[in-house]
Design a protein around this ligand. Structure first.
Ligand SMILES: [Zn+2]
Length: 327
């Protein structure tokens, strides 16, 4: 009982709002009608313009707020367990000038790093250090660029490119992906769903890239806001080398101590995803692939991909067989 009072979210997991499902791409496509009118030189009427603006706004909400899960299921927490737990996630690294400090501050506590493939390629020794310390290392894309306007083909190439580069640095983890800026656009969500990769968002945002002030005070504030099952968004490196140093780097030591003093266990994204069997999982885990798309590539090009991606390349029976074997 005491534990429930200290960690109130034990009884209130995040639910996708009922109206989020209405924001599907088909409905939102009406948003472009007034813009098309403008393109062909016709002045749109006020009702049309207002509806278009409203739908554009809703579409943007769906892309920028992963927790709404507008375009598909996103692992975003909180996913409460019997005992209080929290997943620290670090984006935008690795960086030799900042990541070692975070690794040192974490000590023997585990976290999840969403790394930029281009940076990981330049610093494989930092990836090795993460693995050695028992952290989970996942993809944050090849480069930290805006994926706001992106075709399914390009989204797929970017995810694939990052995965190939990361596998060369020893990262075999392909089950989770967090896009740069957490932009969950419909084409990207489609690619991830079809490849059996779980998009990861967050439930607690630290804003450590824009906050300033004493790192210890910042850490205490975050610990105060933390709830059971939270996925906390932090950064172990500036977005670009030489950029503004995120506050999360210097706050990690105090944060770990503060969270532990509140009884939290630090877990990885995998553990948050799997749950501890104490309650049903809230997020609807869809099957990676329902039907095989047409006109896909040769099997060779997807050898390193998860079974679902391999299924795209071959015949359905072969793909199913592989999925059954590895799943
Ligand atoms: Zn990022």
């Amino acid at each position: 009982m005491e534990s429930r009072l200290e960690h109130p979210s034990t009884s209130s997991a995040w639910r996708r709002p009922w109206w989020a499902g209405w924001l599907n791409p088909l409905a939102v496509s009406f948003a472009v009608v007034p813009y098309l009118d403008l393109l062909v030189g016709r002045r749109p009427g006020w009702p049309e313009l207002m509806l278009g603006l409203a739908l554009s706004g809703l579409f943007a909400l769906g892309v920028f707020l992963p927790r709404l899960q507008t375009f598909g299921p996103v692992l975003c927490g909180p996913r409460p367990g019997i005992s209080p737990r929290i997943a620290l996630t670090y984006d935008d690294g690795p960086d030799p000038s900042t990541t070692p400090r975070v690794l040192e501050a974490l000590g023997d506590k585990r976290a999840t790093f969403f790394v930029i493939a281009e940076k990981a390629r330049a610093h494989p020794e930092l990836i090795a250090a993460m693995h050695e310390a028992g952290h989970q290392v996942c993809s944050h894309g090849f480069r930290h660029s805006w994926w706001l306007v992106i075709s399914p083909g390009r989204a797929r190439r970017l995810v694939l490119q990052a995965s190939k580069v990361l596998s060369r640095t020893g990262i075999r983890e392909r089950r989770f992906f967090r896009p740069p800026y957490g932009l969950m656009t419909p084409p990207l969500m489609r690619v991830l769903r079809r490849s059996g990769i779980t998009p990861v968002g967050w439930s607690l945002r630290s804003y450590d890239t824009i906050r300033s002030g004493p790192a210890d005070t910042f850490a205490q504030e975050i610990a105060e806001r933390a709830r059971n099952g939270d996925i906390l968004l932090l950064h172990d490196a500036p977005e670009r080398p030489g950029g503004r140093r995120p506050l999360g780097i210097d706050a990690t030591g105090t944060l770990v101590k503060a969270l532990e003093s509140k009884g939290f266990e630090l877990v990885t994204i995998q553990e948050i995803h799997d749950g501890d069997g104490s309650r049903p999982i809230e997020v609807d885990e869809r099957q990676p692939i329902r039907r095989l798309p047409q006109g896909t590539r040769t099997a060779d090009r997807h050898r390193r991909w998860p079974p679902a991606f391999q299924a795209r390349a071959g015949k359905s029976g072969k793909g199913e067989e592989k999925r059954a074997r590895t799943g």
